[in-house]
Design a protein around this ligand. Structure first.
Ligand SMILES: Nc1ncnc2c1ncn2[C@@H]1O[C@H](COP(=O)(O)OP(=O)(O)OP(=O)(O)O)[C@@H](O)[C@H]1O
Ligand SMILES: [Mg+2]
Length: 602
């Protein structure tokens, strides 16, 4: 019994212990769960805290930016700039990678390894800084623009304002490429922009508000940031290939460069293309996905839509040189030698028809323009182009004409041939043709030369031999017998590696239609050398002018002196050069007095 009792007691003790164990375990489990939850909570809290810290840091930056804006009034500009730079550096850490939806100026990932060039320019009175640099992982040089007076943090706040502005006013619906309409829009929206700026930056000075307003207008109208690139005189071309890659530019000195500007999406590029199309009265649609337009300022724009351009919608903007190149630039940058320039001038003076040939973007049109400045002021010049690129001195009697594409119904087309035929009825002394591309144009041009007009045209060919071959074979097929009507062929050449442009060859055409190369570019010495004596050009000149070889030599020397004088006096504008050339024809003694004394002509 006792044993039984003991046994029972033992059992109940075990039971008790077990249930106690169970309870403890349950408690422990609960505690563990609680502990785990707490740990999770702590982890979450830590995460949240770092987020909050990040946000706080950003807020602090905005705060310090605001303080900075206020302080712009007080401390020296340099100090403020230094602080702005510091802020910009910090904010670069925030924006590291361009996201797909990013637009505008982006600080691209990749450390700058070397700054190759840097300069500043103005875009509607906003100072812009440019850096041309190499970057880790990039195989082409990068073109980085930044708005010197606006740090990246400011830029972020302004972008918020811009988004709000776009929500408030429908900028997309207005034609913003027309400079006149632009002023109206600016007036209309500047109030809203001002309101928004004051909302975000309540304590800034009026001057700063004006500056930020004009910056935002610039950013919101037209082609946004791409407009900035349009103000850099060093850029020849600005291109959008797709919204997946940055905007590219072709730099006069450094060739193709990747910029730090992005378009947001394909719709944006299409919007820009439509805007340009509307401006020139043409449409770009799925059915007509190619657009070629000539803007008022002289820039040439080509746009293509996806899926024709498979990577995305494209825009290619060839920037018209705001300060056209003149013979002074050509001599100064060694494009042509003094002797060759004097000879070309002499040829132009005595009405020898010429063809200027070269590869794509080798400088054919620029050379034609340079040579056209040698025309005498008392002759009627008719120029015919697809897109107006030529720009002649105001002293000349010049009628520029340009072709027109048909409208969407296929009506109203005016071709180059139409204009060439028409020009013959306009009593021209000189006919300048932008570019001969087709058989009809070449035929009409040679007809015009044969009927006694002095003509000048550009043509696509890499050297003298190729020029003759292309002109006299299919599809252009000018009868070889007609070739000697052209007295001079000048070849322009662009070295793709060094990006230098040079006159490559100057040749005359002999009566048997063969070419005699008079001058040839020597790549090693980077100079143009005489390699053959003239067999026909000089004798033609002597025949028409009655001058002896010595007299022609003397005229050439005088022309060289005038050209040298223009370089010394830095007479570089089209009208400046035009004035000197006009004086050399009408009052040469007077001009030579200035030349001899190296005194500024006015
Ligand atoms: N001698 C030169 N020195 C420096 N830059 C030049 C020179 N010639 C031309 N350029 C520049 O090169 C660019 C292309 O010149 P241009 O339009 O004259 O070439 P092109 O051969 O007529 O081109 P395309 O094949 O497109 O008709 C222009 O931006 C022009 O300013
Ligand atoms: Mg051209």
């Amino acid at each position: 019994m006792a044993k039984h009792k003991k046994h029972t007691k033992n059992r109940s003790t075990t039971k008790l212990r077990r249930s106690a164990d169970k309870r403890t375990k349950g408690n422990l489990d609960k505690k563990l769960v609680k502990h785990m939850r707490f740990k999770e909570y702590i982890k979450k809290a830590i995460k949240q805290k770092s987020k909050i810290d990040g946000l706080r840091k950003n807020l602090e930056k905005v705060g310090s930016f605001e303080r900075l804006l206020k302080s712009h009034k007080k401390p020296g500009k340099e100090e403020a700039n230094a602080r702005d730079d510091k802020l910009e550096e910090e904010s670069k850490k925030i924006i590291e990678k361009p996201s797909k939806s990013a637009e505008g100026i982006i600080n691209q990932a990749g450390a700058i390894t070397k700054v190759i060039d840097s300069y500043d320019f103005l875009c509607n009175s906003i100072p812009i800084s440019t850096k041309i640099c190499s970057k880790k992982g990039e195989y082409v040089l990068c073109y980085e623009v930044s708005i010197s007076s606006i740090g990246a943090t400011t830029e972020m706040v302004l972008e918020k304002i811009r988004e709000e502005l776009v929500r408030k006013v429908n900028l997309g619906m207005v034609d913003i490429t027309d400079p006149k309409r632009k002023t109206i829009i600016e007036e209309k929206f500047s109030d809203t922009i001002r309101e928004l700026i004051i909302k975000y930056f309540p304590e800034v000075e009026d001057k700063t508000i004006d500056f930020l307003t004009s910056y935002l207008i610039q950013k919101s109208l037209g082609m946004g940031e791409i407009e900035i690139l349009n103000h850099d005189k060093m850029l020849e071309e600005v291109v959008i290939n797709s919204s997946d890659e940055p905007v590219w530019v072709y730099h006069r000195k450094h060739g193709w460069l990747k910029t730090n500007i992005w378009v947001k999406d394909e719709d944006k590029t299409r919007h820009y293309a439509t805007m340009i199309g509307r401006k020139v009265g043409r449409q770009i649609t799925v059915l007509t996905p190619l657009l070629d337009a000539n803007l008022d300022e002289g820039d040439r724009v080509n746009a293509t839509l996806n899926p024709i351009s498979t990577k995305g919608n494209t825009i290619t903007l060839r920037r018209f040189s705001r300060d056209p190149l003149t013979i002074t630039h050509f001599i100064e940058n060694n494009t042509i030698s003094l002797g060759a320039a004097a000879m070309a001038w002499l040829g132009i003076q005595f009405e020898l028809s010429s063809i200027i040939a070269g590869g794509t973007a080798s400088g054919k049109t620029s050379t034609l323009n340079v040579l056209a400045s040698f025309f005498p002021p008392n002759q009627r010049i008719i120029s015919i182009e697809d897109t107006r690129e030529l720009n002649l001195p105001k002293y000349l009697h010049w009628v520029p004409m340009s072709t027109r594409l048909p409208n969407p119904e296929g009506k109203g087309q005016v071709t180059m041939e139409d204009l060439l035929v028409n020009s013959l009825r306009m009593r021209p002394d000189r006919i300048v043709v932008g570019e001969v591309r087709r058989k009809e144009e070449a035929e009409t041009l040679f007809e015009a030369i044969h009927t006694g007009h002095s003509c000048y045209a550009t043509f696509h060919a890499n050297n003298v031999e190729e020029t003759i071959r292309r002109l006299t074979n299919e599809p252009i097929n000018v009868p070889k017998i007609m070739l000697p009507a052209v007295s001079m062929i000048m070849i322009q050449f662009r070295n793709r590696r060094t990006n230098m442009r040079r006159t490559f060859q100057i040749a005359e055409i002999l009566p048997d239609s063969e070419a005699n190369i008079l001058m040839q570019y020597d790549g090693k010495k980077d100079s143009l050398r005489q390699i053959n004596k003239s067999k026909s050009l000089m004798s033609t000149l002597q025949l028409y002018t009655g001058y002896s070889t010595q007299e022609i030599g003397k005229i050439l020397k005088e022309k060289e002196n005038i050209l040298k004088y223009m370089v010394k006096q830095q007479i570089k504008t089209i009208d400046g050069v035009g004035e000197i050339v006009a004086e050399s024809y009408t009052n040469p003694e007077n001009l030579m007095r200035f030349v001899r004394k190296n005194k500024r002509f006015s």
